[in-house]
Write a protein that binds this ligand. Structure first.
Ligand code: GRG
Length: 286
């Protein structure tokens, strides 16, 4: 199977699983289930759950063994996007070219849809317990990891810095640190959970964490470049490409992707899919 087909296939599996796990729109109270489904099926690329599945495959595990956790991470990601767009945070009227959740359902329902997705994300991670060969201890570790990687020292903290730091005074190191928390943490988590559930050894987990942090950082810098190219910059928003230029952003993202791939050496050819994912981030158009 070629790599493009691989990604399509994984995305379809994830979409189908999410549809099965989420309550149907008609379930009462219908408005919240509509709002949840509006954003979960709003055109996301599913990069985080694909990374979880691909990491499990690296250890010879099948999709079934980690799909609930992979989807749980995607729900948490969707929660973060809905809250990120709120008027009190980034105040974005559009997400993925469509009206953002609060523009369609109102602010109160958007907040609650985000809350519901955060809770459902953890619920799905816990349900990974239903897979017989997965050790209960590793599920507990994944719950602990998730709380840490999305908490105040990581994703949430990065978002706080994003809305409080002053663009004028910020250094490159500050911005990298912020991106590490706001974006790279969740991407890194999606890889770590696949490894933990698959029984990775410490040395392997360390290598995958380095890979995750580097592709996560590159992902945000590339996101900033796409915003500049598509002229979607928000004047008040921190943006690496805007601040340090397109050339420097291109060089830095390429350097990070190379470093990410280097850290996979210990897995030899088995990590080919993860290397391909890293490469395709550099050429993504959305
Ligand atoms: C964890 C309690 C708690 C709060 C979260 C709102 C918030 C605090 C964090 C937001 C973080 C955020 C939105 C980071 C941006 C990351 C980013 C580049 C998102 C876009 O990811 P894609 O391109 O999205 O993978 P798609 O559309 O493909 O799903």
């Amino acid at each position: 199977m070629n790599f493009k087909k691989y990604l399509e296939n994984k995305k379809n599996i994830i979409d189908k699983a999410l549809d099965e796990y989420l309550p149907p729109e008609e379930n009462s109270p219908s408005i919240i289930h509509k709002a949840i489904r509006y954003s979960v099926f709003g055109g996301g690329k599913r990069i985080r759950p694909i990374l979880t599945l691909a990491t499990a495959e690296l250890f010879g595990k099948d999709t079934e063994s980690v799909i609930k956790t992979a989807c749980g991470i995607e729900l948490i990601h969707t929660f973060s996007l809905i809250h990120d767009d709120l008027p009190s945070i980034d105040n974005d009227d559009f997400r993925r070219g469509k009206p953002s959740n609060h523009k369609v359902f109102g602010e109160a329902i958007a907040i609650l849809a985000g809350d519901a997705l955060l809770v459902s994300g953890f619920d799905l991670i816990t349900k990974n317990m239903e897979v017989k060969e997965i050790k209960k201890q590793s599920i507990l570790k994944v719950i602990k990891e998730t709380s840490f990687y999305i908490g105040t020292e990581n994703m949430l903290g990065g978002q706080v810095e994003d809305i409080t730091l002053n663009d004028k005074d910020i250094t490159k190191a500050d911005l990298i640190n912020l991106y590490m928390k706001k974006t790279a943490a969740l991407i890194c988590l999606s890889i770590r959970v696949g490894a933990i559930l698959s029984g990775a050894k410490q040395r392997q987990l360390k290598a995958l964490t380095k890979y995750g942090k580097n592709i996560g950082l590159a992902f945000q810098i590339i996101d900033d470049m796409l915003d500049v190219m598509q002229d979607q910059r928000d004047a008040g928003k921190l943006n690496y490409a805007n601040k340090f230029g397109m050339k420097e952003s291109k060089n830095e993202s390429e350097r990070l992707i190379n470093e990410a791939k280097d850290s996979l050496k210990i897995f030899n050819h088995k990590a080919e899919i993860l290397r391909n994912i890293a490469d395709c981030l550099l050429t993504r158009k959305k």
